[in-house]
Design a protein around this ligand. Structure first.
Ligand code: HEC
Length: 183
């Protein structure tokens, strides 16, 4: 026990006295998991082709349960053919999922009520459009789904942030905000 205390006191001294400065690594008093065979993120590893340790999935494969977005960049086909399986569904269960993903991913720019006035809107180099506009009210659900999946202009795609299983709920949540706004 005493020995442990001494080590603890020493290591706290070591940490304060020899903290990392510039390119000098910290003193490794107790190494525990500092040294391990696992490759650190973005590190070179001669074991892999080209030394790249951050591997991407093999070509022509897809994760189990994943269906690729079949419309790709063809927005016209998407608008024509893609149907919202939850069209008009305003149940709390649906809206809460939509709200969660909207607040996590979209709110920062489009604002809590979708008015284009999110916390970073003023700092963004271009105006953030309101989702309460007549334009977006007039869009069909598939069009909004397409923008979430593929992005639009300077807005990046959110396909990797919002799983397909929850994307229509975000569309419905925007519809809910629109309804709420017009009351
Ligand atoms: C980093 C800021 C940012 C985030 C986050 C963001 N957007 Fe956007 N969004 C934009 C900008 C900027 C545009 C306008 C892009 C353009 O047309 O050049 C836009 C456009 C749109 C449009 C079309 C609006 C129009 O009038 O053409 C929709 C719909 C939309 N976003 C929905 C969403 C949804 C849903 C999310 C969350 C999944 C989201 N956005 C996240 C910045 C953002």
């Amino acid at each position: 026990m005493k020995a442990l205390l001494v080590i603890a006191a020493l290591s706290s001294l070591a940490l304060t006295a020899c903290g990392p400065s510039g390119n000098n690594p910290n003193v490794e008093l107790i190494q525990d998991m500092m040294e391990q065979p696992a490759v650190k993120g973005q590190r070179y590893d001669p074991w892999f082709k080209n030394g790249i340790s951050a591997l991407v999935p093999p070509e022509h494969t897809q994760p189990v349960g994943f269906t690729p977005y079949k419309y790709g960049t063809d927005i016209q086909a998407a608008i024509r053919e893609n149907k919202n399986p939850l069209a008009g569904n305003m149940e709390a269960e649906t809206l809460m999922v939509g709200q969660k993903y909207f607040n996590t991913n979209c709110m920062i720019c489009h604002g809590q009520h979708g008015r284009g006035d999110g916390p970073i809107a003023k700092k963004y180099p271009l105006p953030i459009p309101s989702l309460m506009s007549d334009k977006i009210r007039g869009w069909n659900d598939a069009n909004i789904y397409h923008v979430i999946t593929m992005g639009q202009g300077t807005m990046g795609p959110y396909a990797s942030h919002i799983p397909q299983a929850y994307r229509w709920q975000v569309v419905n949540y925007i519809r809910y905000l629109q309804k709420d706004e017009s009351k």
